[in-house]
Write a protein that binds this ligand. Structure first.
Ligand code: HEC
Length: 166
């Protein structure tokens, strides 16, 4: 016959075991949630940004970013906004070149448009052009050394560089 003390010990062992199992499940779940890949349709992945990269597209994008994104993603896109710590998974570091060079413009456009808990969807709140401008801005965070192309003069649009014949 097991004594009370033995029975108590057994109960405690079982409780401790269950607690450990629970902790492991939570950790694995958290790890999976953090590394869950974005599933972006192939045709969206291949989309080209219809907006040209100029100072005039970056400026409005910067304003929208400060209003709508910086609280989570941080002013410089480092994922260190004041609200970042409240979220799980946390917003990624958008200045990480290694990470950003493997995602296409189409994928970033999709991420901004659709969102994913806890990031909201911006499909309804922003126009397509605004979202594409944000793609350029997001890109600029990981490409500090590559400034946006110089502003094109309106009269240069559509003209070729070839000298006119006389
Ligand atoms: C409420 C906080 C929040 C806001 C606001 C927010 N995001 Fe996010 N964003 C996140 C989180 C958290 C993730 C990671 C989601 C995941 O991996 O499941 C994310 C993911 C992303 C990603 C994909 C890279 C990554 O972190 O995995 C991009 C790009 C992005 N956000 C851009 C934006 C832009 C641009 C805006 C503003 C228009 C914005 N976000 C607004 C929280 C936010």
């Amino acid at each position: 016959m097991p004594t009370d003390a033995q029975r108590n010990l057994k109960t405690r062992k079982i409780l401790f075991g269950s607690l450990l199992t629970l902790i492991c499940i939570v950790l694995v779940y958290a790890a999976l949630l953090r590394d869950r890949p974005w599933v972006v349709p192939e045709e969206v992945k291949r989309l080209k940004n219809p907006i040209a990269t100029t100072e005039s597209t970056l400026k409005p994008a910067k304003e929208i970013y400060t209003e709508e994104c910086a609280q989570c993603h941080g002013e410089q896109g480092k994922g260190d906004g004041p609200e970042a710590r409240l979220h799980f998974p946390a917003p990624a570091d958008l200045t990480d070149t290694q990470r950003m060079k493997v995602v296409t413009d189409g994928e970033i456009f999709y991420q901004i448009s659709e969102g994913r808990e806890p990031m909201p969807s911006f499909k309804k709140r922003l126009t397509e052009d605004q979202r594409w401008e944000l793609v350029i801005l997001v890109r600029s965070f990981s490409a500090r050394s590559a400034p946006p192309a110089a502003e094109k003069k309106p009269d240069a649009v559509g003209k070729t560089a070839a000298p006119a014949k006389d």
